[in-house]
Design a protein around this ligand. Structure first.
Ligand SMILES: NC(=O)c1ccc[n+]([C@@H]2O[C@H](COP(=O)([O-])OP(=O)(O)OC[C@H]3O[C@@H](n4cnc5c(N)ncnc54)[C@H](O)[C@@H]3O)[C@@H](O)[C@H]2O)c1
Length: 358
């Protein structure tokens, strides 16, 4: 019996050093001691091994650095570990960066996912129970008006290069099910918040800038609405969909917490006032030129996953947000590391002019 045979299942997690991936590994590695988790991550600016300190020594966890688009490397990993399943979280994930330049988004989100699918297809010819789980976003559906919610049968109408690349990857996932019978499931989730999120995204960005008493840049008039889900709720949903979702299905995952960006930022300012004992964070808010093609509103109807798999969000928004701010305040060194180096170039290129213009 080889060392690998002692594991009931061997799962490839891609993008496990990022925000959602690291939270997912924190949840699944201790929960399934009889599974082996192999985390394949390229460690781009958004990947951070220090996110995984709590589990890096676990016997059922292995890290492999590399690119999901690298055919030789991924094929070798499949050969060595004989995976029973794959959860694909690796992606270029930031809308603004995709507007600045979309080539990397095509390479990772589309070509990378295609590479994983093609290797999975060949592998599944003899590993019959192999499952491919694609982690996707609500942004593939485009923008809502003031009413209604996206359902699993809403049309894909992506508006940003990021959303277009995720939409394309989702279509390939479906095509590999329809054309080759690969066992696939896809989950489309609303905006996540929580620990380990790279500080280019709105919540940690505002916390970081507020801590440094720098302007809090809010796009347009701040009226755009997003629906928020605590990352741990998302991870529970991924676990359920991966294990119990029906082949070929897509599942919408949402948090029931719709809020305008400006109200979210004001809420964060109040929490910062309370937790730091310093008032006046709201005065730092600065409206800046809108993001091009900025979707007005997203909202997810998650009744399918609720009815079929018994999932619903558990975290109350205020509590989740409070815990999140506390985490960033307790982990300033982590934030400092993320925002030094390359981040500065991005921030200055994207926001500096916007902040100066107003
Ligand atoms: N954050 C959200 O609110 C949200 C909501 C819904 C869906 N999603 C999806 O969930 C997934 C994870 O999102 P996130 O917010 O954790 O992203 P993230 O940017 O924090 O992490 C992405 C991870 O993927 C890795 N990566 C990037 N390119 C790679 C490549 N070519 N090969 C291997 N690894 C690579 C990075 O190093 C990083 O660790 C993405 O697919 C995203 O589209 C995110």
């Amino acid at each position: 019996m080889s060392d690998l045979d002692k594991f009931k299942k061997r799962i490839l997690i891609t993008g496990g050093a990022g925000f959602i991936g690291s939270n997912l590994l924190h949840c699944m590695v201790p929960k399934y001691p009889d599974y082996l988790f192999v985390n394949l991550d390229k460690l781009t600016y958004a990947g951070n091994l220090s996110n995984l300190q709590a589990i890096e020594m676990a016997e059922n966890y292995i890290f492999a650095r590399g690119d999901i688009a690298d055919n030789d490397l991924v094929s070798e990993l499949f050969k060595v570990y004989q995976f029973d399943g794959l959860i694909n979280l690796a992606a270029e994930s930031h809308v603004d960066r995709s507007i600045m330049g979309s080539e990397r988004f095509l390479r990772t989100n589309i070509m990378g996912t295609h590479n994983l699918l093609e290797i999975s297809r060949k592998h599944s010819l003899f590993k019959k129970d192999f499952r491919f789980h694609q982690v996707s976003t609500d942004e593939v559906f485009g923008s809502l008006g003031n009413e209604g919610k996206f359902t699993e049968s809403s049309c894909y109408l992506p508006n940003s290069p990021y959303a277009a690349s995720k939409a394309s990857a989702d279509h390939f996932v479906r095509a590999y099910w329809k054309s080759y019978g690969l066992d696939v499931v896809t989950s489309n989730c609303s905006n996540n918040y929580g620990p380990y999120q790279f500080p280019e995204k709105i919540i940690p960005l505002m916390i970081n800038n507020a801590l440094k008493k720098e302007p809090l840049p809010v796009y347009g008039n701040g009226e755009n609405v997003r629906e928020w889900l605590f990352v741990k709720d998302h991870c529970k949903a991924i676990d359920l969909v991966f294990h119990k979702g029906q082949t070929g299905r897509t599942y919408n995952i949402g948090g029931d917490n719709e809020i305008k960006n400006i109200d979210l930022v004001k809420m964060l300012c109040r929490i910062m006032d309370d937790l730091t004992g310093e008032s006046g964070h709201e005065k730092l808010i600065k409206f800046v030129e809108d993001r091009p093609g900025h979707d007005l509103r997203y909202a997810m109807d998650y009744s399918l996953i609720e009815k079929e798999l018994g999932w619903k969000p558990e975290y109350e928004f205020k509590r989740g947000l409070m815990e999140t701010v506390e985490w960033y305040l307790d982990n300033r060194e982590w934030m400092e590391k993320c925002t030094s180096g390359e981040y500065k170039t991005y921030y200055n290129t994207w926001y500096k002019k916007r902040l100066e213009d107003k």
